[in-house]
Design a protein around this ligand. Structure first.
Ligand code: UGA
Length: 444
């Protein structure tokens, strides 16, 4: 099939390369010339395991090209909309500027003279957006069918999640003729994935839009739930890791997404729960989602708790103390600094006067340009040398594997806060460290 992908950020670039991998002829369109140049040359503009090889393979296969020229998308049979929907400045709602621009581009350039063409929305949007897009498509006089087809990929696993998703959801228009066209076209597009037995759900447009934000809200709620339990553990001497293991054995609960620590961040979970609350308010059902306000508050409190713990361990003042921060990205296997708990904690510690050094295996370059005030160093050794306190805030494998005995020889005072509860407390204590996790107080 001939496929276009509008927006070649994280989601769009990976989706475009994966569609080419499935055998389609793909054009990725973006307004950012530098990004298009990188992608065209097979150079990933962001860190994502496995994406570089796939991109190089598909661009050289001739099935995948990137462009800034909207005329090039004209003959696509399906246009995927994969632009960002960031949080509006100073408000909870989503900024739909890029979605509107992408739809305008499609309405202007799509050629429907040979038959109906599908717009497949992948961006996370407020419920009701697809119906409005369908109305403007109808008003354009072109034969366009809008299907909302949410994306559930995780950063760090983007290629794997796109080529082997848990499920595929089509949010189809109410009009039965349009719905059957949308279903047929997307079935053809995803034929090889559907052939693997991946579940496909057919819903209406609002359900599909809600599925996406409901999934992210549920994940955020799980994390804040366990972080609330971590607060209870801190107040009582309980151990949140054991608690999570114990409740996680119940398959109705499950162990995944019950890792307590400095909480969730990134370009999705935080802004999605806020945009969802804003949309519920517009719909007059804000009370249905007030619990998400608490989910957000618990999450942000974890960051403050890490800073307070650091302050306590340093005798109440950061000034005159050297603090090493391990990790800046919002999670490992990513260079994404958006709403990163690690960066937020580091910034707070710096603002309170610490002599801070921060390192991250992938995000150092981005960090230097985003936060020039911070002392960004390239290695763990540089970061921890003469430190009075080490803060582990992003659980990169190489940090989990650090040798406490070796590190002990580099720091001034062996105190570590494990902001992700990933280290073995016994091992660190045995090596002479003062170890503190988040809601972690050991077993019997
Ligand atoms: C999230 C969802 O997991 C994806 O399914 C979704 O497609 C994506 O958002 C999106 O909307 O595009 P992602 O933001 O890549 O994916 O990251 P997650 O793996 O969900 O992690 C989010 C944050 O939660 C990270 O900061 C992570 O450190 C934190 N987290 C995760 C915890 O604090 N505890 C956990 O137990 C799990």
């Amino acid at each position: 099939m001939r496929v276009s992908v509008i927006g070649c950020g994280y989601l769009g670039a990976v989706h475009a390369a994966c569609m080419a991998k499935l055998g389609h002829q793909v054009v990725g369109l973006d307004v950012d010339e530098a990004k298009v140049a990188d992608l065209s040359a097979g150079r990933p503009p962001f860190f994502e395991p496995g994406f570089g090889d796939l991109l190089a393979e598909q661009t050289s296969s001739g099935r995948l090209e990137f462009t800034t020229d909207p005329d090039r998308i004209a003959d696509a049979e399906v246009h995927f909309v994969a632009v960002g929907t960031p949080q509006l400045q100073g408000r909870y709602a989503a900024d739909l500027t890029y979605v509107r621009a992408a739809i305008d581009t499609i309405l202007t350039h799509a050629d429907t003279s040979a038959g109906p063409v599908v717009i497949a929305g992948k961006s996370t949007v407020p419920v009701g957006t697809a119906q409005r897009v369908q109305e403007s498509a109808n008003a354009s006089g072109k034969d366009l069918v809008v299907v909302w087809n949410p994306e559930f990929l995780r950063e760090g696993f983007a290629v794997e999640d796109t080529l082997k998703p848990d499920r595929i959801v089509y949010g189809l228009p109410d009009d039965p003729d349009r719905a059957s066209i949308g279903k047929r076209v997307l079935d053809e597009c995803y034929a090889s994935l559907l052939g693997l037995g991946i579940p496909r759900m057919l819903t209406n447009q609002p359900t599909a839009e809600l599925v996406k934000v409901a999934a992210n809200s549920f994940l955020a709620t799980k994390i804040s739930f366990i972080n609330a339990m971590a607060e209870l553990c801190d107040a009582t001497g309980g151990d949140v890791t054991q608690l999570a293991d114990a409740i996680g054995y119940d398959p109705r609960i499950g162990r995944k997404f019950l890792r307590a620590g400095v909480g969730f961040g990134g370009g999705c979970l935080p802004k999605d729960i806020r945009a969802f609350m804003a949309r519920a308010g517009e719909l007059g059902v804000d009370e249905a989602l007030t619990f998400l306000r608490e989910v957000d508050a618990i999450n942000l409190r974890q960051r403050d708790k890490a800073v307070d713990l650091a302050s306590d361990l340093l005798g109440g003042r950061f000034v005159g103390h050297r603090v090493a921060v391990l990790g800046a990205a919002f999670k490992p296997n990513s260079d994404d600094l958006r709403d990163s708990p690690a960066l937020d904690v580091a910034q707070q510690v710096w603002a309170r006067g610490a002599d801070l050094a921060i390192t991250d295996p992938a995000a150092a370059t981005a960090l230097r340009s985003k936060r020039p005030n911070l002392n960004v160093v390239d290695t763990v050794d540089e970061a921890v040398r003469d430190a009075d306190l080490v803060l582990l805030l992003t659980e990169w494998r190489e940090y989990i594997d650090l040798d406490p005995v070796v590190l002990r020889g580099l720091v001034r005072t062996p105190i570590i806060i494990d902001g992700r509860n990933v280290l073995d407390p016994q091992r660190w204590t045995d090596a002479g460290w003062v170890y503190r996790g988040m809601g972690r107080h050991g077993g019997p």
